[in-house]
Write a protein that binds this ligand. Sequence first.
Ligand code: MCN
Length: 754
Amino acid sequence: MTTTWVGVSVPRKEDRRLLTGRGRFVADMSRPRMLHAVFVRSPHPSAAITAITADDAVKAPGVAAVLTSADLGHPYLLATLERDEFVPTRMPVLAGDRVRFAGEPVALVLADDAYRAEDAAELVAVEWAELPPGTPVHDEAPDNCLVDLQMFDDPAVPGIIKSAPVVITARCASARVAALPLEGRACLAEWDDRDEQLVLHVSTQVPHQVRSGVAQALGLPERLIRVIAPDVGGGFGLKCVVGREEVAVAAAAFRLRRPVQWIEDRQENLTASFHGHEQRYAVTAAFAADGELLALDADIECDTGAYSVFPFTCAVEPLMAATELPGIYVVPAYRARGRAIASHKPPTAPYRGVSRPQIVLVMERLMEKAAARLGLDPLDVRRRNMITTFPFTGVNGITYDEGSYRESLDLAEERTSQWRTERAELRAQGLLAGIGLSCFSERTAYGTPTMSQRRMRMTPGYDTALVRMDPTGEVVVTTGTCGHGQGHETTFAQIVAGRLGVDPGQVRLRQGDTDLAAYGWGTWGSRSVVIGGGAAAKAAGVVADQLRGVAAVLLEASPADIELDGGVARVRGDADAGVPVAELARIAHFQAHRLPVDLRYGLQAAASFDPPGTFSNACHVAMVVIDPGTLSVALRRYLVVEDCGVVINPLIVDGQVRGGVTQGMAAALFERLCYDEAGQPLSATLMDYLAPTAAELCDIEVIHLQTPSAHSETGAKGMGEGGMIGGPAAVLNAINDALSSDVDQIPALPWDLL
Ligand code: MCN
């Protein structure tokens, strides 16, 4: 049996450097003659710019330049959907004649240190003419609607609703939130004369899309730009779009031929980067007397802020929500309208979960409400409606691959039976205790077959990996995916090591560099293990065949009889006949003449992978205790039964689940970005924006079921967002259980619970 590293909790290779302060983040980098960039930002949510005067700022100590939109030639980012219902709008790199949210960048100050740049930014005089309330965000969309999609429109729906025994209507909402990565956005751009390249070090999840965005905005060929993502301190979707600041910094370095660095501060991160999840749902669901869901009608509004993000566009949330709302339930008749509404707030990016925390919340609230109205057990109502035969093609046209929807619910119910006793005891003591549950699937690894349905001009999906073994038998893997906290250096090494019969310690992942990797789509949408890992597995399989070929020559055996394991190539069934893999590598490189032509010239292979996507699933159960005096909610117990197919590294998967649940419960209980009536941000610091701490958490127990995916090279399904997707609904259902309430929006703040 070949040793497999799949399923082993290999400690994260990256943690030694990260935990000992030896990581390399953009802010750790410095260059001779480097300029520090600070942006002059709009204090107004909606105003015309009538003049910008930088005379005083330019004369300030240490200032090298002040650049405006006009200085840069009015560059912009444009993300487009090829749909008539979509209104394309430009996002200027620096606002030129008009600002559309408070915090929008209007000028770039470059100085020899960041403090001088900050001081000089205050000297830039901008003349504003505030626009009257009600002025459309974009002239192209007088009603502020940037996309209006009637995604599904079964004409039978109104009739079914009219004659159904039970009709449930609900208005669910989720607040605008911040992804809040530990490291904000950051970039350092420098012109490299020797390579004739603009090298851009960016804290990003999508290096190739940053390259495309900069190239398109500045009218440069992509070859002229190299984007490198060094260590990235989290992104959660905020960094899977291209920041206009990144383009501005690139333009400044290109123009001045001096290195330019920009480090976003926390206030900018909260008020001027990308937000997520501000959505409103008006849903009507028809149920039969036995709890069967008969029809669903949904009207979905996503407040997507002032601009369409590059490359996803502002349609990403409404499209996802309207398409995937039915989730794990059989919905026989469906209507869904999804709209992206522009507002005078920062644009939204695809923050972790992308609409799925909201659609799961909607469906799980509907199940609870239907059960309450019909006097049925809410778990039985879920079971009555769950998809149980696979593959299943839903009314939304989505084909769901094999999952364990029913099994995960059954197991969760069994494992939490004691919680019900505990809840009764707590209630007997006069405490407000409640248990809530959410069942859901998480579509992951969206390849081009799926993404093309969105009709983006830039359609993401595939990825390519290159696996190379060097003459000492060590392996380097390059990939277009770009981990930023998920432990890819470890899990990709496990996948590749298993195929090559070597130790994961011998496999080094190189990612986040557009000059190293073929065009790829970065890390988001829980795509990396399936798509990047799948490409790496395929390429490693080819290199393994090459190794078997070389071994077969040396051992005078058939390649089919060669096993690679423990760093040695052996003839199956013959314990004595073996050659170390390192020796095969040496011969393949240094003694090529001894090998047949097709085995000469090194050990390497590239492979691409582009699956249709696969669905993981999970059931979350939360138990809360609510203080009757203050109505503050404390999480007491949390269980996740999750199925992401073959688990490559249980330690990492558990960490991903726990991190996601933390964000999910924070969205349910604390987090919201507030704006006043005029559009001024009120959550500009971490004193106002309540991020969770360890004190707000309880232990999160994780149990794995493993239903392998047929669409994945390794059988793994993605899972990086699941914790966030299931968390809000489970916590909100627990609160409603504790208070016998019917709250449908998150966060559920104490005053909402009165
Ligand atoms: N994994 C595994 N076995 C599986 C599935 C996953 O061992 N069956 C491992 C993978 O190998 C990988 C990790 O779990 O190391 C997550 O894998 P995957 O589900 O493929 O998700 P991605 O790596 O593509 O990560 C994206 C996902 C998303 S969309 C967001 S948002 C998010 C998240 O990951 N942002 C994160 N997790 C994050 N974790 C950190 N620390 N920081 C972020 O910004």
